[in-house]
Design a binder for this molecule. Sequence first.
Ligand code: ACO
Length: 374
Amino acid sequence: MAQKDNEVREGLEGVVAFESTISHIDGTVPELVIRGYDINDIVGNLTFEQMSYLLLFGELPSSIQLTDFDAELKSLRQVPKSVLAFLSSVPKSSEPMSILRTAVSMLGCIDSESGLNDQNSVLIKLKSLIAKIPTIVAAQARINVGETPLQPDLSLSHSSNYYYMVTGEVADEKTLNAFDAVLVIYAEHEINASTFACRVVMGTESDIYSSVVAGISAIKGPLHGGAIDGSMNMLKEIGSAENAENYVKDALAQKRKLPGFGHRVYRAGDPRAHVLKRMTLDLANSRNDSHWFDIALEAEKQMASLKSIIPNVDYYAAPLLSHIGFPVILMTNVVTSARIAGWSAHILEQYGKNRLIRPRAKYTGKSGLKIHKP
Ligand code: ACO
């Protein structure tokens, strides 16, 4: 529907801001298509490295391209000592996403070429962030439990090394596949709030790090990526499947927004949530522990019958990550470490065809006032 002159669309709902070749959501089907591939086809068939390549370059890599890309990401995993020192020195009470935001900002300060915005420099910095953000998040995880951060293991794939740096263990195949799939699922999602924030900053010809810091600042909010922590905390609060009905009824009566439910674009279902639900059930069965899945399923049923609101990507990702050993307080950080791939594609697209992003406001304030000098 065309936007009429001076018509305000609260929350920019339905506003088409850019042409993009990166991804497309059809909330009515519902479907998510990334670089031409349906998310259902992507999950289980592409590794995070392949997904990142697809996002950055628009096409799947040949095996030689993948080998080179993988080697390049591996060579970029290490983070500077000063960033690790910051992670160790920051108060334990600080928000994990604020710590990550500051660490990425520090990377920008340390990079003597941070302001170089030619195509090649931009690409190298983005690959570096895709490789380094997991190292930062893993270091946060280790420091939180009083352990020393681990060095990246260059013999392991992106997800395998990430899991190892967080837990100190090499993941079994099932765990690794689940973790890699979560990273792939979170990698890209059109012009969501954080991606828009990245593009707005890139649109001013600012530097890559500032653009990514803007994305991190937006994704940490509880209405966006921050909802994953909220979802897990909610499942804990509900406590048992039997308690789900009362919990959901009370929350709705108090007009509370339940984390992990609802979506601006998907009103009929989030395809990512369907995949994650299947994967969470599979993991729960294989571990003979369906505690979180049972609670989530019952709360989902209650939401469907009381308010017809669908679970979004965060709802089942939270118990899944919990199953494979990720602490609740770092779940949004994990989401960020995946979404950096999608942000990178959008930053490149914005950079390649830039026009300053500058919407207007409909003025509803006072007018005609005069300054009276005393
Ligand atoms: N719990 C309860 N009610 C909800 C929820 C929810 N999670 N989400 C929407 N609703 C209700 C609203 O209260 C409203 O009801 P009403 O018509 O009776 O007033 C109706 O559904 C429409 O909701 P809106 O607020 O208009 O939806 P909007 O598009 O503005 O918000 C949002 C979308 C922010 C995602 C919202 O659903 C929400 O707050 N969800 C919880 C947070 C969350 O899970 N965010 C993650 C989104 S996915 C991601 O970013 C990774």
